[in-house]
Structures are given as structure tokens and as C-alpha cells.
Design a protein. Structure first.
Length: 310
């Protein structure tokens, strides 16, 4: 199993602009030095002031801090990290495609991949917050179709400077696009989501399927669904990686209101047992969102996890 580190997720203990810059730099440098495969950023443009009231299951009392949605723009953040690191891969978990201009976004993605020496892994999703789409002037109801067209165009443009594409949302007839990826490289696409449409999108365009905060039994069930869709679309299931982003909390003082220990929470020994269960479930790649109350605690945990499991 391979491991990456999520840098901008709900587990980040810092929210102000200057703190985030320092946090991103320190965490990415430690992750590279400790031998992690990759670092990852999430995506959010803007969100409702009353997000906790609108989405209490996610952001209500005792849940994720609404301020955790204050994150830097994903591709620019990865460009910053690319300039401060040497070899570690750079990923999005996940970039919401359907409220981005697909042509400008394709150019930004290709540029980042070229300037980082082919280090980009593109995790994508269709988004879920309708208020965000409305504010961006994007059609929430068409987000799946827009995403599919975006992925189709991205594939065509990687090796063709004049990608002829005429779709419902993209038309590039007679136009040139620069740059192309180095050596016509196909940037790895990790498709997020648990719906049938997300699994079909994975089979059609993805190098991997990307889950968020799932248990090993849930991963097994998702794979069963994915295998059936591979069969119906004549895609070799073995070509698709199984990946997950999940929160890790290293602590010897575990308290949980339900009396049950959440996966990947507890001592290093307990977490090792969980990792073995995830491996048996078929997980190929785990991106850890390292929980902590302070920056120092997060950095220490990133190092402890690496020393134990990498």
C-alpha cells in the first residue's frame, strides 16, 4: 500500500492565510523528507455563511469546523508546493470540474504537470454543494455531463495542440491549445464518488477510483459494484487502482461517545491493525488527513506514522 498526506482538509489546525502558507510549506517538506508518495489539496471556492445550519450532519456541533472550508485555490497551491519540493507527487482530492472553465482549467492542469516534471495526479469530482454552483454561475443539474465532457477533452488535448472537439459545453474547432503534457503523458485521473455514475466515470476515464472516509467493508462493497460495471463496459478491473482519503488520529487517550473506536484512530498498534484490514480489503493507496489540535502535533504525527509504516 502507498501513502500520501492531505494538506488542506478538515484536519488542518490552521485557517488564516499566513498560517496556511507556513503549514503547507512545512507539511509538504516533511512529507517528502519522510518518504511519502504524495501530498494532496482539496477544493472549495466559497460557501454559505450559515453552512453549519444548512448541513448539520457535516458541520454542526461536534462535527467539522466550518472554518476548515477556508482553503487556498487548489492548482495554485500545488504550483507553490511544486516549487518547494523535488520528487513528491502532487494531487487534488478532489478538484471540482463542472464549475471551472474546461479550456482554461485544462491549460492550468497541463502547465502544472509540465512545470512539476510530471508529478500531478488529478483527483476529480462533480461537487455536491448547490450554493457553491449557484454563486459560480454553474448549472448544478448538469454537473455530471459537464464533468464527462471535460475529462474527454482533457484526454484529447494531452498530445494534440489542435484538439478538435465539438460538444455541448466545449467547442475548440480551429483553435490551438498550449502546452501539451510532456511525452504526451496521460495525467492519472482519480475519480471520486460512490454513485453508479461515478463508477462509470471511473471505468471510462480513470486510472483509479477515489473514496473518502470509508471503512474496509464499505470499500469491499464499492469494489463489487465497480467490478460489475467494468464487466459491462469491457474494462479490465485490474487496471483501476483503489484509493482512499481518510482521517488518521494518533492518540493513546481515545474517547468516543459511542464506545466504538473509529478506524485509523488510536495508538500506532491499533492503527497498524486497521491498515492491515484496509490492505486486505483491496486498498492500494491511502491518503492520510492527519488530525491534530496544533501544527506541531500534526507534523509530529506525520513523522511518527512514516517512521512506523513507510
Amino acid at each position: 500500500m502507498k501513502f500520501g498526506v492531505a494538506l488542506t482538509t478538515a484536519a488542518s489546525p490552521v485557517f488564516t492565510e499566513s498560517e496556511q502558507k507556513d503549514f503547507l510549506l512545512e507539511a509538504s517538506e516533511i512529507s517528502e523528507a519522510k518518504g511519502y508518495e504524495s501530498v494532496w489539496v482539496s477544493d472549495r471556492t466559497l460557501y454559505p455563511d450559515d453552512i453549519a445550519k444548512r448541513y448539520p450532519q457535516q458541520f454542526g456541533p461536534g462535527k467539522t469546523d466550518p472554518d476548515s472550508q477556508n482553503i487556498m485555490e487548489a492548482l495554485i497551491t500545488l504550483s507553490f508546493i511544486a516549487g518547494k519540493t523535488q520528487k513528491i507527487h502532487l494531487g487534488t482530492s478532489v478538484l471540482v470540474l463542472p464549475f471551472r472553465n474546461p479550456l482554461l482549467n485544462t491549460k492550468m492542469i497541463s502547465t502544472l504537470d509540465v512545470l512539476s516534471d510530471e508529478r500531478l495526479i488529478l483527483g476529480i469530482g462533480t461537487g455536491w454543494m448547490k450554493e457553491e454552483f449557484d454563486s459560480m454561475g454553474a448549472d448544478y443539474s448538469q454537473r455530471g455531463l459537464v464533468t464527462d465532457e471535460h475529462l474527454s477533452f482533457l484526454s484529447k488535448s494531452s498530445s494534440n495542440s489542435s484538439p478538435e472537439y465539438q460538444g455541448k459545453y466545449i467547442n475548440t474547432s480551429g483553435m490551438r491549445l498550449y502546452p501539451q503534457t510532456l511525452n504526451s503523458r496521460s495525467i492519472p485521473i482519480w475519480v471520486g464518488g460512490n454513485s453508479n455514475r461515478a463508477f462509470i466515470r471511473t471505468v471510462k476515464y480513470g486510472a483509479a477510483w477515489h473514496g473518502i472516509n470509508l471503512t474496509p467493508p464499505e470499500i469491499i462493497r464499492c469494489q463489487e459494484r465497480l467490478k460489475r460495471i467494468c464487466e459491462s463496459h469491457q474494462r479490465d478491473y485490474s487496471e483501476i487502482g483503489i484509493t482512499l482519503r481518510a482521517t488518521v488520529r494518533i492518540t493513546d487517550k481515545l474517547k468516543h461517545s459511542c464506545g466504538e473506536r473509529p478506524y485509523l484512530t488510536g495508538s500506532l498498534g491499533q492503527i497498524e491493525t486497521d491498515l492491515q484490514e484496509y490492505k486486505k480489503s483491496g486498498l492500494d493507496y491511502l491518503i492520510i488527513s492527519m488530525a491534530g489540535d496544533t501544527t506541531e502535533q500534526v507534523m509530529t504525527s506525520i513523522s511518527r506514522f512514516a517512521d512506523s509504516f513507510l
